[in-house]
Design a protein around this ligand. Structure first.
Ligand code: GLY
Length: 329
């Protein structure tokens, strides 16, 4: 296994020779770039460690990336203590837990569900949309009907403890719109991207979205090209953070297109973050993070603020990696 870690740009001359300087980007803090041969799975935040283990059961046996990413993120969806993914998630302002998810494979086939309530595994419903219908995206009642008709497990939401927390929140926040604080204690989404033993990419992205959002709000996670994008000739990217900002720049598609034009995964993620920064006057609490792999097995990640990290699993490594970032919280 040949692998390189690039620590702290500017300190490693070798890294500088391999990475094009990025115009206009401020670089503060650590920026890691990884490289792996063989299968790779990476996913956002600490919950990615357990999810990666499940994905690895598929990848290590020579299985397909699409099966790995679905199996992987189902672990997070199944974790009832997770307040930002799956049925343990926090509700919207009206008390409804509405789930968003999408999946994409090496043939650019994709499926998505949004504003889906009361179904345990939205990622598997998204895969069924991809495999069983002519469509890419089903939302709300239509997505729910499709899920029930196709035998997907139902779930009662919100969980009692989550409902209690929401009721308390409502008493304190009658007219306020709570902006989420997205950091490692309060991560939002699991985005997972993987390359299998054949060098094929797939990805999955799933979330309960912005806590106490307006009823009907949909974030980036189920939007192909925003929360997730795969182009098997180039690589894969996923996003986490404030979905509205990620949608504005078609974030994950932007990262993959930049890689197509020669940017490394780290450079591409950094440029996408830079675009978000340029397009927003007020960056208060505006955390957005990108994670990408290219066809050569290079892995990179970058976020607006510090605190974002991702879980990595390869033949030789299993660890959390801190992303590069533009500014401190
Ligand atoms: N990134 C998840 C969301 O904004 O809903």
């Amino acid at each position: 296994m040949k692998r390189r870690n690039f620590f702290k740009f500017g300190l490693v001359a070798g890294a500088l020779s391999l990475v094009k300087p990025l115009k206009g980007a401020t670089l503060i803090g650590q920026s890691f770039e990884e490289k792996a041969n063989g299968p790779i799975v990476v996913s956002t935040w600490i919950h990615g460690m357990e999810a990666n283990k499940a994905a690895w059961e598929v990848l290590s046996k020579g299985g397909k990336a699409i099966d790995a990413v679905e199996k992987g993120v189902r672990v997070t969806e199944n974790d009832l203590t997770n307040r930002s993914v799956g049925i343990g998630g926090r509700p919207d302002r009206d008390g409804h837990v509405t789930l968003d998810a999408c999946i994409m494979d090496e043939r650019s086939r994709c499926g998505s569900v949004a504003f889906l309530e009361g179904i345990k595994h939205p990622i598997s419903v998204a895969r069924a949309v991809m495999e069983k219908t002519q469509h890419v995206m089903l939302v709300g009642g239509g997505a729910h009907k499709f899920a029930v008709e196709n035998g997907f497990e139902a779930a009662k939401t919100p969980l009692p403890e989550v409902k209690k927390e929401w009721q308390e929140w409502k008493k304190e926040n009658k007219d306020l719109f709570k902006k989420p604080e997205i950091n490692h204690e309060n991560h939002d989404t699991i985005g997972m991207i993987a390359m299998d033993v054949n060098g094929d990419f797939s990805g999955a992205c799933t979330t309960s979205g912005w806590a106490y959002k307006l009823h009907g709000r949909v974030g980036d996670s189920p939007i192909i090209g925003a929360g997730l994008f795969i182009d098997n000739e180039v690589g894969a990217a996923t996003a986490t953070g404030l979905g509205e900002a990620i949608i504005r720049i078609a974030g994950s598609h932007t990262v993959v297109e930049l890689m197509r034009h020669g940017y490394s995964p780290l450079e591409a993620c950094k440029e996408a973050v830079n675009r978000i920064i340029k397009k927003h006057d007020d960056l208060t609490g505006l955390q957005c993070c990108f994670l990408a792999i290219d066809k050569q097995g290079n892995i990179g990640s970058y976020s607006v603020y510090n605190g974002f990290n991702y879980a990595l699993k390869t033949n030789s490594e299993e660890k959390m990696v801190d992303a590069g970032f533009n500014r401190n919280w």
